[in-house]
Design a protein around this ligand. Structure first.
Ligand SMILES: [Zn+2]
Length: 413
């Protein structure tokens, strides 16, 4: 029986510092001046304690490819083309080493849960899924991994992909992915959607799609959210569908957008902006007043949509930046979405904790409350509303009640 006592934790900005007593991987007691004995105690001295951060959307298999071949035009088309060429040269060891580096960086930054989207197609085949399954096992004491079978190259366009997605699920993948914009026609994009919904229904798995990744509304292959809302409701999949990017929604007229956001909320769909990629790839054809290229976060949240955000890519043709630090992405999101008040900055933290937990279907066991999993991160900040602007070090990362990271100096990673 292992016990840990955390003293003087800042859990909320509007209440006194609390103590947290952990036993056998679970939070057993939260209160003032707890007297429970423990194998180890940590005095936070008023530092912020959050539940472990959730990286809800990331591609470890294609991280760190930027140094092999950069994206000269900075467009989505070139990013997909370059990455397609590079992944033809992947080996198991290469993908494992780059993916493992992403996991190590993420854990050091306070992430304890991750949803990874390895490509599944005629080029990478099931290599990315194999690697992520190995890492899920090897890192089970440090991070919970969910694995998505992600058809980056399309399904109708990429021979054998649907079969490989089914094989990936049989191997142990947790989520069905999709990329309907990467098909040749609107009809094919719709067929792509039907196939991934069928797959999710058949295997009783959640669905997590890359959709509507444009900075305009001219191409209907990049304007499928409303159709996806209808399909979600028709198939009774409310609360089990996530849409990443959806940047096209930022180009809708306000009334049209408002009606669609209400529908997204009704369908229980989580929206997952990916700011580091969205801001970098969109707005490329603007000659002046260059657009931010993101889905409108505040409006969606005001209309009751569950919104999270994530890193998406680390140093590749889609996103040449990144160090698997969700607080850095949070700063980018807060800055570009005008989320500057103390309350809004706290809500940015909610997006990578509680909102993301809802998206990943783990809210029952997640959070800082008695009976929840003891996955915690102690940040070197005194207030939750300062975390995004402080960009603090994660002094301690605790997974299932065990200290897995302990650091007082920010190491170059
Ligand atoms: Zn992605």
């Amino acid at each position: 029986m292992t016990t840990l006592l955390i003293n003087n934790a800042r859990i909320r900005d509007d209440e006194d510092l609390q103590d947290i007593w952990i036993e056998d991987g679970l939070i057993r007691k939260i209160g003032l001046n707890l007297s429970e004995s423990a194998d180890r105690s940590i005095d936070c001295e008023g530092r912020v304690v959050l539940p472990g951060l959730i990286e809800g959307h990331i591609h470890p298999d294609k991280a760190f490819l930027e140094e092999r071949k950069p994206n000269e035009s900075g467009t989505l088309e070139e990013a997909i083309k370059i990455t397609g060429e590079l992944k033809a040269e992947y080996t198991y060891d290469d993908v494992y080493a780059r993916s493992e580096k992403v996991l190590n960086w993420a854990i050091a930054k306070g992430t304890t849960v991750m949803r990874a989207h390895p490509d599944v197609d005629h080029i990478e085949k099931l290599l990315g899924v194999e690697v992520m399954l190995s890492l899920k096992d090897a890192y089970q004491d440090k991070i919970d991994l969910q694995i998505v079978v992600f058809p980056q190259e399309g399904i109708l366009k990429s021979a054998g992909t649907l079969t490989r997605m089914k094989q990936g699920i049989e191997m142990g993948a947790d989520v069905v992915g999709g990329c309907p914009y990467n098909e040749k026609t609107l009809e094919d994009s719709i067929r792509h959607l039907e196939l991934v919904f069928d797959l999710a229904e058949e295997h009783k798995l959640p669905l997590d799609l890359h959709v509507d990744f444009a900075d305009h509304t001219e191409d209907p292959r990049y304007l499928l959210t409303e159709r996806i809302c209808d399909m979600t409701i028709e198939r009774g999949m409310q609360g089990r569908v996530t849409l990443g990017h959806v940047t096209s929604l930022g180009s809708l007229e306000p009334e049209e957008a408002s009606a669609l956001f209400a529908k997204i909320a009704t369908a229980g769909i989580t929206i997952m902006p990916l700011p580091a990629t969205d801001v970098y790839l969109n707005g490329r054809n603007d000659k002046k007043n260059i657009r931010r290229g993101m889905a409108p976060v505040i409006q969606m949240m005001e209309q009751g949509v569950n919104v999270a955000f994530a890193s998406n890519n680390i140093r590749n043709a889609f996103t040449p930046f990144g160090n698997a630090n969700l607080l850095l992405i949070g700063y980018l999101l807060a800055e570009t979405q005008f989320m500057g008040s103390a309350e809004q900055q706290r809500s940015v933290l909610d997006m990578i904790t509680y909102n993301a937990a809802k998206c990943l279907g783990i809210e029952e066991t997640y959070g800082i409350a008695e009976g929840k999993n003891a996955d915690l991160v102690i940040f070197d900040s005194q207030k939750l509303s300062d975390v995004i602007q402080d960009q603090p070090l994660a002094n301690f990362v605790i997974k299932a009640g065990r200290v897995i990271v302990e650091q007082s100096v920010n190491r170059a990673i």
